[in-house]
Design a protein around this ligand. Structure first.
Ligand code: AMP
Length: 148
């Protein structure tokens, strides 16, 4: 492997992170109806669930919410009544530390469209998308091709 590639793989992921302030999210305790509104408004199909201390608890998606609404009559809106995001969220969250390196992010992104990033105090600092990882890999290959 050439020096450039090994540098890329060891590089910290910090600079690729979409910061927490720009990430659409819901909070533990929010209703499923509220989550559906945030998901619809944001245009994303999956978003993180955080607590008031900025810790990550899970991921919630439109698919999970629609699934929870399924009844004999098709989608039954009343099924959302009184239910909260923590009742149905996925607690298996792909996560990394902001000090982790690019190789680890590349590996996790194979099976996940985005990764949640935490600092050393386990607070959510943002997300890393497969798109930004692939864009960096593409730039690297393109630059290499251009210098050949
Ligand atoms: P993208 O690569 O931009 O399509 O993003 C991949 C996935 O990451 C999206 O489907 C969302 O689940 C999540 N995502 C990306 N950007 C945001 C954001 N600003 N807020 C919340 N979730 C996001």
């Amino acid at each position: 492997m050439n020096v450039q590639n090994s540098r890329l793989l060891e590089q910290e992921i910090r600079e690729l992170i979409i910061p927490a302030q720009k990430v659409a999210h819901v909070q533990v305790g929010n209703s499923l109806e509220h989550a559906l509104l945030v998901l619809t408004k944001s245009g994303y199909s999956v978003i993180p669930v955080l607590d008031l201390q900025d810790r990550i608890h899970g991921l919630i998606s439109t698919n999970m919410i629609f699934n929870s609404m399924l009844g004999l009559q098709g989608l039954e809106y009343e099924k959302l009544d009184g239910r909260k995001v923590e009742d149905i969220m996925n607690t298996k969250v792909p996560r990394l530390k902001e000090s982790d390196n690019f190789l680890r992010a590349l590996e996790l992104s194979i099976n996940n469209p985005f990764l949640c990033i935490e600092n050393q105090d386990n607070k959510f600092v943002g997300i890393l998308t497969r798109r930004s990882i692939l864009a960096l890999v593409y730039r690297q290959f393109r630059n290499e091709k251009n210098v050949q």
